[in-house]
Design a protein around this ligand. Structure first.
Ligand code: FAD
Length: 355
């Protein structure tokens, strides 16, 4: 089969916030024509969703005021100033005894901090029983780097129902090559072959899950990646919960992990774990009204399931680490939460790595 041949200085594989911000940052040094973005034609991107003609960011992706990324000229920081307001309900129906917590687990790590009951309750709701037994190294690293750091963690909320990150990328016009499938990445010869193209690159930045990247590079094993998903319901209401409020539900018996108001009439509910998928939405509605009794005319408007949201353990098997080392030496840069397999936010990435 004959395929069109293309050449590029930089090829970005993946089409999410990491790829788009990378593109924007690369424009500081390269021309638009030097960069090609490879996008899976059938993958649904979730930069925004549309429900009943409301276009909104479905995930609460917040820039951090004190971060270098926010302070860089990516943002017009005069424009985005409203920080989110976070609150926690009282801990209820939670009776964990310290004896149930295994040494070295994420739960035992959390015991060394304040507000123990609150964090243990939320942790167990989000991560399930494994939270008591497994180290969840990626989550520990996130807590250390982020929440316990002295750098500040002021999260800037949505404007017009959209994450400020969306505003920074929405007008970008990268050259996009869509693919149905990637047949191979020949990293020794810097060549990506898709169903319709052959693309020679000088540098390949990949934000797709690292196991997929390695399989495209024809490494013949399946990396053992541990991750968790997330499950969201979206509700509309007429009044009672103004925008950019985030409430953690610390009732252990409730199926809600947290709720977030995207605007003054629309909210996101993150359920407590993947297991909650079959829950009747009227149970969730009743619980929302317990959290915010002032809400009026609440109606379910949509759902979203993301099977892979949080990397939870470090990659430790030697084969995978070695394969990553090999491709990195050959001008491939695995980048971002899924590319590097790190539970990090956008402002925590080392953006110098790609420039
Ligand atoms: C509830 C929640 C809250 C969050 N809050 C924040 C926050 O406040 N701040 C923050 O910075 N981040 C937050 N995040 C993380 C956020 O999702 C990421 O920072 C951001 O979306 C990462 O963008 P990305 O481009 O790396 O990943 P993605 O947008 O997931 O893009 C990955 C790319 O890989 C491709 N891909 C996926 N699977 C495959 C496959 N099997 N084969 C080929 N390609 C594939 C996708 O099509 C996509 O192009 C949050 C996440 C969740 C779930």
């Amino acid at each position: 089969m004959s395929r069109e041949f293309l050449q590029t200085k930089i090829c970005i594989l993946g089409y999410g916030f990491t790829s788009l911000i990378a593109y924007k940052k690369l424009l500081e040094k390269y021309n638009h024509n030097d960069i090609l973005m490879l996008k899976n034609a059938s993958a649904k991107d979730i930069l925004t969703l549309e429900i009943d003609s409301l276009i909104f960011s479905p995930l609460p992706i917040f820039p951090v005021l004190e971060s270098d990324l926010y302070k860089s000229d990516m943002f017009n920081s005069e424009e985005y100033k409203e920080s989110i307001k976070v609150s926690y309900t009282e801990v209820k129906n939670f009776n964990l005894t310290k004896g149930e917590i295994k040494n070295g687990s994420l739960a035992s790590f959390m015991l060394s901090n304040n507000s123990i009951n609150k964090w243990l309750c939320i942790g167990l709701k989000q991560w399930g029983e494994n939270f008591l037994n497994k180290p969840f190294n990626q989550i520990q690293a996130k807590i250390k780097n982020h929440y316990l750091s002295k750098n500040g963690n002021t999260r800037i909320g949505y404007k017009n129902s959209l994450s400020p990150y969306y505003d920074t990328v929405k007008d970008l016009t990268p050259s996009i090559v869509k693919y149905k499938e990637i047949s191979s990445i020949d990293y020794k010869n810097s060549l990506v072959t898709t169903d319709s193209k052959k693309i020679r690159y000088k540098k390949l930045i990949s934000t797709i899950p690292v196991d997929k990247l390695l399989s495209f590079c024809k490494f013949n094993f399946v990396p053992n990646l541990e991750y968790y998903g997330s499950y969201f319901l979206y509700f509309q209401y007429s009044e009672g919960f103004s925008r950019n409020n985030l409430i953690y539900d610390c009732d252990f018996d409730s199926n809600i992990l947290r709720i977030f108001s995207i605007n003054d009439n629309f909210m996101m509910v993150q359920l407590k774990s993947y297991k909650s998928i079959k829950i009747d939405s009227s149970i969730i509605e009743n619980q929302i009204l317990k959290l915010v009794p002032s809400i009026k005319n609440l109606k379910l408007r949509g759902k979203l399931i993301l099977p892979m949201s949080y990397p939870v353990e470090n990659i430790s098997d030697k084969k995978t680490l070695n394969a990553i080392k090999i491709i990195t030496k050959q001008n491939i840069i695995p980048f971002g939460r899924f590319g590097e397999w790190k539970y990090v936010d956008l402002h925590e990435l080392n953006w110098r790595k790609i420039q």
